[in-house]
Design a protein around this ligand. Structure first.
Ligand code: F6R
Length: 245
């Protein structure tokens, strides 16, 4: 596991965008695993700038997002479809037919999860998976649990995640209670993983996840066992790891 130290959010975003951009330059038909949330927004902004300058071309890429709320249609302004189009896809040239997210409007969970796993497999697996990390150490919507999850599945969101996400909805009552998410195994099967983390509020989780025991109680801790993972973290997020670095 490589820890890449960044000064602040902008520096973290540029460093992670550089890794993604290098991946796409070296392998133009890369399969990219993408994330939503506040952590990757700066990365998408940076990649759009480089795309506009002609420095990186997403025309050969295929993308798979980590997760989507169950019950939200793609045009709902809080769906991850909407987020990805607004923050990235509408500004770059990933071909529409090669953009993949779980379909929140498909309420048959078993069917949708099977379809998504089969699509990832058919694309040849994920070359580079971008991740953020929740305050409780979740990755995708894989919350602390008794065991690590396997393939794409439907989850009930925890109170802590509903609480963290309510800022994007009119009220906590409007936050969907379920989501489709790639499983921990799906994530671990990616050939390369880049996790970005910023801010002092995640400093304790960074210490637990990357320097503590590997446990499903801190889902991100499993990344310690992956052979090609880079954690791009800013000083604030690393502020509780001083003695360990
Ligand atoms: C997003 C996702 C989540 C977020 C995590 C951190 O697709 O799967 O695991 O990465 O909740 O969110 P932010 O970046 O908003 O702190």
């Amino acid at each position: 596991m490589k820890i890449i130290r960044a000064k602040d959010y902008n520096d973290m975003s540029r460093k992670a965008a550089n890794i993604i951009s290098a991946q796409v330059i070296l392998k133009p038909d890369s399969v990219l695993g993408l994330a939503t949330g506040s952590s990757p927004i700066g990365i998408y902004e940076q990649l759009i700038k480089w795309y506009n300058k002609g420095d990186v071309d997403f025309g050969g890429c295929t993308t798979f997002n980590l997760d989507e709320y169950r019950g939200l249609t793609p045009d709902h302004d809080q769906s991850y479809h909407y987020f990805m189009h607004k923050n990235f896809f509408d500004a770059v040239n990933v071909p529409a037919e090669r953009i993949n997210l779980p379909d929140g409007a498909q309420l048959d969970a078993e069917r949708e999860c099977k379809r998504y796993d089969a699509a990832i497999k058919a694309a040849g697996g994920i070359d580079l998976q971008l991740l953020g990390m929740g305050l409780n150490g979740h990755i995708g919507f894989n919350e602390p649990d008794e065991y690590f999850s396997k393939g794409t599945h439907c989850v009930n969101l925890t109170e802590s995640t509903i609480e963290a996400n309510k800022r994007f909805f009119a009220s906590a009552d409007d936050v969907p209670r379920q989501a489709y998410t790639m499983g921990v195994q799906t994530i671990m099967l990616a050939r390369r993983i880049v996790l970005v983390v910023s801010g002092e509020n995640k400093a304790e989780t960074v210490r637990e996840a990357f320097f503590g025991p590997v446990t499903p109680q801190v889902p991100a801790s499993i990344l310690q066992l992956h052979t090609d993972v880079s954690i791009v973290a800013d000083e604030a997020a690393l502020s509780k790891c001083g003695d360990l670095l």
